[in-house]
Design a protein around this ligand. Structure first.
Ligand SMILES: CC(=O)[C@@H](O)[C@H](O)COP(=O)(O)O
Ligand SMILES: NCC(=O)COP(=O)(O)O
Length: 232
């Protein structure tokens, strides 16, 4: 069974829009876990546009794995080593972007990533690298000793059958490198099917669509519907 991590970033986006304390991403996480989500993902951006430091502290206290998405900066590594989430997913970040635009430049940043990945692993945190489906990035992840990679499905979600082929080839390469395979970004009820059939897929992280869907159906039904699509 593929695990589902619900990304609660955009519950915080809605909360922050009016400066109120609601809706609370931690309440959303609790409901999702009660309805079959296997874990919670949250991205503490450097500009704190949605998730805030206190949210991460509170999400960590839930009885479920927290996948802490973060830029590969010293500040974020310090926070992670203090909070000790189940997993850290290192993602690229640009202040001007609306959402994460591409995978981490693992090859170009390999030297810099070495020490950061090692610190996280030493702290007992499972490290995941959010990468484009490219063999060079997967091989660099292996050299860095990352136990997990998350393949960026954003280009696939925007359309293009060649993107699915790239993901399929990358999935095989990830398995050959002995790395656990996760995927996510831009996934919906309509486009998730072919992704669930990627070989060796262990986990999907899905946020924006499910939180949007929850506006109409509620978080529980949205999570349950997606979980049904993940059962194969
Ligand atoms: C890394 C990734 O693909 C997303 O989970 C990430 O959290 C996107 O950032 P936003 O939630 O700010 O769109
Ligand atoms: N890492 C991907 C993620 O957490 C969710 O991305 P999205 O579904 O919000 O695009």
């Amino acid at each position: 069974m593929i695990r589902l991590g619900l990304n609660v970033d955009h519950v915080a986006t809605l909360r922050n829009a009016r400066g109120e304390a609601y809706p609370d991403p931690v309440d959303a996480a609790r409901i999702a876990l009660d309805h079959g989500a296997d874990g919670i993902t949250a991205h503490l951006r450097e500009d704190r546009r949605h998730i805030r430091d206190a949210d991460i502290e509170r999400l960590r206290k839930l009885p479920a794995p927290l996948n802490f998405e973060m830029a590969a900066t010293d500040e974020m590594v310090d926070i992670a080593c203090r909070v000790k989430p189940h997993a850290c997913c290192l993602v690229p970040e640009r202040r001007q972007e609306v959402t994460t635009e591409g995978g981490l430049a693992v090859v170009a940043q390999e030297m810099d990533l070495q020490a950061k990945v090692a610190r996280l692993l030493d702290a007992g945190i499972r490290v995941s690298l959010f990468i484009d489906p490219e063999p060079a990035a997967i091989e660099a992840a292996q050299r860095l000793g990352a136990p997990v990679v998350e393949l960026h499905t954003g280009a696939y979600a925007l359309g293009g059958s060649e993107e699915l082929t790239r993901l399929q080839k990358a999935a095989e390469c990830v398995a050959q490198c002995g790395i656990e395979l996760h995927a996510g970004h831009g996934l919906t009820y309509d486009n998730v099917g072919p992704i669930t059939r990627l070989p060796h897929l262990a986990e999907l992280n899905i946020g924006h669509f499910l939180i949007s869907e929850a506006v109409f159906s509620g978080i529980g039904p949205a999570v349950r519907s997606m979980k049904n699509l993940l059962s194969r």
